[in-house]
Design a protein around this ligand. Structure first.
Ligand code: MF3
Ligand code: CO
Ligand code: CO
Length: 252
């Protein structure tokens, strides 16, 4: 079934603004890299990211979003997404996703990537590689005339061929002047279903990949999502726009 979602079409000028916001999100992810070390708490990483966001004349989109308490999401090991930064200190072998969404001049940029603390297991490294490749192959497909279902199908097929699973409970989303908009971007599905892409569409792709089962569970804090079987999880995210001939990645 093709989705009859109303999706905003952004102009060439809008793409310029989205690029600035996206590049700022990417800058924050670069900026924080050397601080990701053992014995550093995720609250400290959040504070450093927040200060840099403010120094760049932007604000955090997550702080106060539906009551969310922090400027970033930091999801460690079996946390799938929306981990709340805390006083918990990182330790050797941890893997973590840092997800930053900024608002710059009213425009949103949303990106995340994985970080490692010291030496990590072979399985953890393989998981991170598969999650990164899943995002990359999905981004490469984006152009006018393909369906969102083509993207979801490609991600699912690749991840499952590597014997990992794709999380179903969280998805990518339209973004622009609002945080979470149409379309819903599933990271699994069937070809030639869902939204038919047109120039001017803007959305995130943000596959979450688990070592074990894809099922997730929400913790009592109402935000932190973990893998049901406590297996490791990894995620990468970009904000991208559909152009006449292909795509523009804003968050690089
Ligand atoms: N940045 C997340 C996303 O990729 C959303 C975080 S919402 C929060 O969509 F409230 F949990 F921070
Ligand atoms: Co997102
Ligand atoms: Co995000």
């Amino acid at each position: 079934m093709t989705q009859k979602q109303k999706c905003r079409i952004y102009s060439r000028e809008d793409f310029g603004e989205l690029l600035k916001a996206g590049q700022l999100a990417a800058h924050i992810l670069n900026y924080i890299t050397p601080f990701v070390q053992k014995n550093v708490s995720t609250a400290e990483l959040d504070r450093l990211c927040h200060e840099e966001i403010l120094r760049c004349d932007a604000i955090s989109a997550t702080l106060g979003y539906s009551g969310y308490p922090k400027a970033t999401c930091i999801s460690v090991n079996h946390v799938v997404c929306h981990g709340i930064p805390s006083e918990r200190k990182l330790k050797e072998g941890d893997i973590l996703n840092i997800d930053v969404t900024v608002i710059l001049n009213g425009w949103y940029g949303d990106a995340s990537r994985m970080y490692c603390v010291g030496k990590i297991s072979k399985k953890a490294q393989e998981l991170i590689d598969v999650a990164r490749n899943a995002l990359s192959l999905a981004v490469d497909l984006v152009k006018p005339g393909i369906y969102l279902g083509d993207i979801g199908h490609a991600i699912q097929t690749y991840v499952e061929s590597r014997k990992f699973s794709v999380v179903r409970d969280y998805c990518g989303h339209g973004i622009g002047r609002v945080f979470h908009d149409n379309p819903t971007v599933l990271h699994f599905g069937r070809p030639q279903t869902g939204l038919l892409l047109e120039p001017g569409h803007v959305f995130t792709i943000e596959p979450m990949v688990n070592v074990g089962e894809y099922k997730t569970k929400l913790m009592a804090d109402g935000w932190t999502a973990i893998s049901c079987d406590h297996s490791l999880s990894a995620q990468f995210e970009h904000t991208i726009g559909v152009t006449e001939t292909g795509r523009q990645i804003f968050t690089i």
